[in-house]
Design a protein around this ligand. Sequence first.
Ligand code: AG3
Length: 283
Amino acid sequence: MELFDEGLHSGVNLALSVDKVLYREQTDLQDLMIFENKNFGRVMSLDGSVQTTEKDEFIYHEMFVHVPMLAHGRARRALIIGGGDGGAARQLMKYSDIAVTMVDIDRTVVELSKKYMPSVSGGAFDDPRFNLVIADGCKFVKETGEQWDVIIIDSTDPHGPGEVLYTEEFYSDCKSCLTPGGVIITQNGVPFVQEAELRTSYDRLGRLFRDVSFYLAAIPSYVGGVMAYGWATDDVDLRKTGLAELAARYMDAGITTDYYTPEVHQAAFALPLHIQKALTKEG
Ligand code: AG3
């Protein structure tokens, strides 16, 4: 039996059985593979790291999208950087009054996800409220004069092509693309095995925004424990949005979810002590 052996983190590997290879190619930009696994369904990997699986993508994408959307409460424009599988876009489309721009560097990822994992994007790519831009996200945020209420940085880990999406310059350019009171969410890895990356993001975002924190969710196919989403905004009240208010907004939005609840939203911001300590540790 063929094994997919992730090796993203040194010293701990995720091994998945490859029940069937559906696609494998070195694109101009990255090494892309789609295969079937009996627990996760179809799995997409880029440069040897799991990006999305059919079975657990809802956890990752619901928490990426509904936490900022419902904390913000009046977001009408959302920007996704990366996110080529369309999972974040699908969650955003659950809001009736939304316009979404997604900027991904690799058109192949978008096309293959649509073909082999259609449930992930769930028609979002064909929605009139969705606008796809194939471009370098760094360049895009530097040059666009437009602004968004919620910016979701759905990137790969900070190695290879994704690394630039973790720099202070990029975060600062994103900040210029935020409407007042807007919020940026980042994919920040699994703190237990990527503690240094957590701290780096905390420092970089902390120099730019009044309120910087993280929230957590366990994504079964991201090995090593819970993963952290970065949270950055100048509106210090957003993170404190109360449970009753979140519940009212969730009801009003009329969306359905399988992981997200207002209670999970609030609880996700409670950081275990070892993570809090990691954030204040000296460089
Ligand atoms: N975004 C997250 C990739 C994380 C990979 N990390 C890992 N395997 N531990 C990819 C795009 C999902 N929409």
